[in-house]
Design a protein around this ligand. Structure first.
Ligand code: NAD
Ligand code: ZN
Ligand code: ZN
Length: 394
C-alpha cells in the first residue's frame, strides 16, 4: 500500500510499504477514505525530528471503511464506516475506567513513562504506524473506532478523530465563568474549532489572537474579536486593554511549542534539531525546546485567579516557566492530550445536526490526493495559499 513516511528533517515522502495485518484479536484493518494533516504532525516534521526514524508512517486523524476485524472485535464488521480517535485506549484499564483515555495504562509505554499510544506518533508514543496511508491497523478496535452512518461527507466526521474533541476539551477546561471572556491564542484548525466550541458552550465574548490574515478573518466570521500579533507590541496588554484592564478570565493556548515571536529561541531550536540524534535528544530533554511565546502570553494575560488551558503541545523537560507570576496570580492550568472518547457521543450528535452548526464540512481549505502529501505538509507548515486545514484522499 501507499503511505506517507518521514524521511528526515522537514522531509516526508509517499512510498510503497507492506500492507498492515491483524496482529491481535482486538485489531481491525481500516481502509482510509480521508486523513488530515494536524499541527501536531508539524512538530514531528520539524522540532521533534530527533525522535523519528526513516520510513515511520505518520498521521493520526483518519476515517474509513472497516476491511477486516480480529476475532475479539464484536462491535464492528467489514463495510462499517468509522472514524478513529488518535489516542489508542483499551477502554477498561485503571485510567480508562476513570475516563482518562489518553493515559490508558494498557497502551502507554511504561518504560518511557509516556501517556497512551497514539497513531503515527512514532517512538514517542507507542510506535504505531499512522493513518496517512491507504490502510491502517487499528489496535483495540473493540473500543476505539466510532461507527458512523453512511450518509454525509467524510469532513463532517473526520475531526472527531482529534481536533474537534481537542478544541472542545480545551474550552471546557478553560472554564470561562458566566458572562466572562475567553481568549483563544492560535487560530489554526484547533483554535477555529475552539471558538466554535466556545459559542456552543455559551461563552459570550471571545478574543482571538494570531498573525495570519485568513485565520484572523475566519475567527471574525465565527463571531470572535481579533488581535493581530503583528499590530501590537504586547499581546497580553492588548488583551487587558480589551477587558477593562483585568485580562480575560480564561485563555486557551492553541499554539504550542512552535510559537512565533522569539527569534532567538527559533534559532536555537532550529540548530538543536540539526544536531546528531543522541545529542539533539539530550538537548531537548535537558535544555527545553519549546518556544514559549504563546504560553507566556497566556499566563501574563489571564485575569488574576483565572484559568489557562493548554491544547497546544509542549515537549521540553526544562522549559523555563514564570512560576512566581503563576503562583502570585493564583491561576489554574489544565493541559494534556485529549481524552477523545469522553466527548465523542456529544460531538457526534453535533456533527449529525442538519445545518452543520460547527462548519465542519467547510473547515478544510485543501483536499488533495495522498500522493501530493509532501507538498501539502510544506504548504500547511508555511501557511501558503490560504491553507488552514488539509484533507488527504488516499
Ligand atoms: N492536546 C491535544 O490533544 C492536541 C490535539 C491536536 C492538536 N494539538 C496541538 O494544538 C496546537 C494547534 O494545532 P493546529 O492544528 O491548530 O496547528 P497550527 O500550527 O495550524 O496552528 C497554530 C497557530 O498558532 C499561530 N501562532 C503561532 N505563534 C503564535 C503566537 N505567538 N501567538 C498567537 N498565535 C500564534 C500560528 O500562526 C497558527 O495559526 C498544536 O500545538 C498541536 O500540536 C493538541
Ligand atoms: Zn491532530
Ligand atoms: Zn486503557
Amino acid at each position: 500500500m501507499k503511505a506517507l513516511t518521514w524521511q528526515g528533517l522537514e522531509k516526508v515522502e509517499v512510498k510503497s510499504v507492506p500492507d498492515p495485518a491483524i496482529q491481535q484479536p482486538t485489531d481491525a484493518i481500516v481502509r482510509v477514505t480521508s486523513t488530515a494533516i494536524c499541527g501536531s504532525d508539524l512538530h514531528l516534521y520539524g522540532v521533534l525530528a530527533p525522535y523519528l526514524h526513516p520510513d515511520d508512517v505518520l498521521g493520526h486523524e483518519f476515517m474509513g471503511i472497516v476491511e477486516e476485524v480480529g476475532s475479539a472485535v464484536e462491535n464492528l464488521k467489514p463495510g462499517d464506516r468509522v472514524v478513529v480517535p488518535f489516542t489508542i485506549s483499551c477502554g477498561h484499564c485503571f485510567a480508562c475506567s476513570k475516563g482518562l483515555y489518553s493515559q490508558c495504562d494498557t497502551t502507554r509505554d511504561h518504560e518511557q513513562d509516556n501517556g497512551a499510544a497514539l497513531f503515527g506518533y512514532t517512538s514517542l508514543y507507542g510506535r504505531v504506524p499512522g493513518g496517512q496511508a491507504e490502510l491502517v491497523r487499528v489496535p483495540h478496535a473493540d473500543f476505539g473506532p466510532v461507527k458512523l452512518p453512511h450518509e454525509l461527507p467524510d469532513e463532517r466526521f473526520l475531526y472527531l478523530s482529534d481536533i474537534l474533541p481537542t478544541a472542545w476539551q480545551g474550552v471546557e477546561w478553560a472554564a470561562t465563568p458566566d458572562g466572562g471572556t475567553l481568549a483563544v491564542l492560535g487560530l489554526g484548525p484547533v483554535g477555529q474549532l475552539a471558538i466554535r466550541s466556545a459559542h456552543r458552550q455559551g461563552v459570550q465574548r471571545i478574543l482571538a489572537v494570531d498573525l495570519v490574515d485568513e485565520r484572523l478573518a475566519l475567527a471574525r466570521a465565527s463571531g470572535a474579536e481579533t488581535v493581530d500579533v503583528r499590530d501590537v507590541d504586547d499581546v497580553a496588554q492588548a488583551l487587558r486593554d480589551l477587558t477593562d484592564g483585568h485580562g480575560p478570565e480564561s485563555v486557551v493556548d492553541a499554539v504550542g511549542m512552535e510559537a512565533h515571536g522569539n527569534p532567538v529561541a527559533e534559532k536555537v531550536i532550529g540548530a538543536t534539531t540539526r544536531l546528531p540524534k543522541p545529542l539533539a535528544r539530550k538537548a531537548i530533554e535537558t535544555v527545553g525546546i519549546d518556544r514559549l511565546d504563546a504560553l507566556h502570553t497566556a499566563i501574563d494575560a489571564v485575569q488574576r485567579g483565572g484559568t489557562v488551558s493548554l491544547s497546544g503541545v509542549y515537549g521540553g523537560m526544562a522549559s523555563p516557566m514564570p512560576l512566581m507570576q503563576m503562583f502570585d496570580k493564583g491561576i489554574t492550568m489544565r493541559m494534556g492530550q485529549c481524552h477523545v472518547q469522553q466527548w465523542t457521543d456529544g460531538l457526534l450528535a453535533v456533527a449529525l445536526e442538519d445545518d452543520d452548526p460547527m462548519g465542519l464540512e467547510t473547515l478544510a481549505t485543501h483536499h488533495v490526493p495522498l500522493d501530493e502529501a509532501a507538498d501539502a505538509y510544506r504548504m500547511f507548515q508555511k501557511k501558503d495559499d490560504g491553507c488552514i486545514k488539509v484533507v488527504l484522499k488516499p
